[in-house]
Ligand binder design. Structure first.
Ligand code: NAP
Length: 311
């Protein structure tokens, strides 16, 4: 096991990031919106990837106005559709921009049982497989845009819910005994396993890219719109006290995206801008490898880890 990172100090105010390009999925609301805004404030060219065209135009306008940064744009990407993800990547690549930061932030929680366009259970499909495919399709650009001493970064937003998650390799789509909570937890666990496997791949290839997990804590957003009404009531009454604001929730993602403390450092689980341990099972290379292989099958991409690790 690696040593825990030093906690960030008071002096950890981030320097401007001009000429850096970031993609933030789900940047139209909640933590993603706050992340996109904070990165734009640092001078980054920010591309918001989302599936809500009408909302996005107002979001982009507001971020430009608040940050005085004109390089904020929206590109359509529905993570519930592999076709849409591929289309997004193609459109992005046609812009001939580098890519220094990819924030895999979008998510749904506790949604009723429903399938994505490709027939995947929604939590697994949108939260996990969508980001798995997106990241893999952008890995080449991330690698070309990074350099020793200035790595590109993949930041994947998971949740403390992953600690109670179980990966059911025989039923990744939660087809039997559907529980929305278990499906959400599984998707968030899969994102952690994916990040560690990705980091192992990047390290083995000597790629100038790092991958870390950001856990935002409990944040007052619309993510809770599908939870039990009693929980929503408690959130309404005590939210101000118990929950972080979206700006506070975004801070760990921003920290993972730009902090100099994390230059060249990957494979970490970050919470409150500090490294902490994730669920023990997430460090199991066999489980990471099995999930990766299955994800390649499901998304129809080549398993590049096979040629690197020989399995
Ligand atoms: N809030 C918390 O307490 C908490 C705690 C731990 C982890 N997290 C994680 O933080 C991340 C952000 O959540 P949040 O709290 O900010 O929730 P949110 O306010 O509901 O925002 C979710 C974002 O994801 C987008 N999205 C949903 N489905 C999509 C799809 N099919 N394709 C593209 N984008 C899609 C939403 O787009 P629309 O604009 O269309 O809604 C929205 O922008 C999630 O991954 C969540 O699991 C949140």
């Amino acid at each position: 096991m690696q040593c825990l990172l030093e906690a960030p100090g008071e002096e950890d105010v981030f320097s401007p990031q001009p000429e850096r390009v970031a993609i933030v999925t789900g940047g139209t609301d909640g933590i993603g919106y706050a992340t996109a805004k904070q990165l734009a404030k640092l001078g980054m060219h920010v591309i918001i990837a989302g599936n809500n065209d009408s909302k996005a135009q107002e979001v982009v306008r507001r971020i430009k106005q608040d940050t005085l940064n004109d390089q904020v744009e929206f590109l359509y990407c529905d993570l519930a559709s592999m076709r849409s993800i591929r289309q997004f990547v193609q459109t992005f690549k046609m812009k001939k921009l580098p890519l220094h930061v990819l924030v895999n932030n979008a998510g749904v929680m506790m949604v009723p049982q429903k399938a994505t366009d490709d027939g995947f259970e929604e939590h697994f499909g949108i939260n996990y497989l969508g980001h798995f495919l997106l990241t893999n399709l952008l890995l080449g650009t991330l690698g070309e845009s990074g350099a020793p001493g200035r790595h590109s970064r993949v930041v994947t937003v998971s949740s403390a819910t992953h600690y109670v998650g179980e990966l059911n390799l025989d039923d990744l789509q939660s087809g039997t005994d559907y529980s929305a909570h278990a499906a959400y937890a599984q998707s968030k666990l899969a994102l952690v396993l994916f990040t560690y496997r990705l980091q192992a791949l990047l390290t083995a290839r000597g790629a100038p890219v790092t991958a870390n997990v950001a856990d935002p804590g409990v944040v007052d957003t619309d993510l809770y719109k599908h939870v039990f009404w009693g929980t929503r009531l408690v959130k309404k009454l005590l939210g101000w006290w118990v929950f972080k604001t979206p700006d506070e929730g975004a801070w760990t993602s921003v920290y993972a995206a730009v902090s100099p403390v994390l230059e060249g450092v990957g494979g970490r689980y970050l919470y409150n801008e500090r490294e902490t341990w994730s669920l023990e099972a997430t460090y199991d290379p066999e489980l990471q490898s099995q999930l990766w292989a299955r994800s390649c099958q499901l998304t129809g991409i080549a398993d590049v880890t096979q040629e690197t690790f020989g399995r």
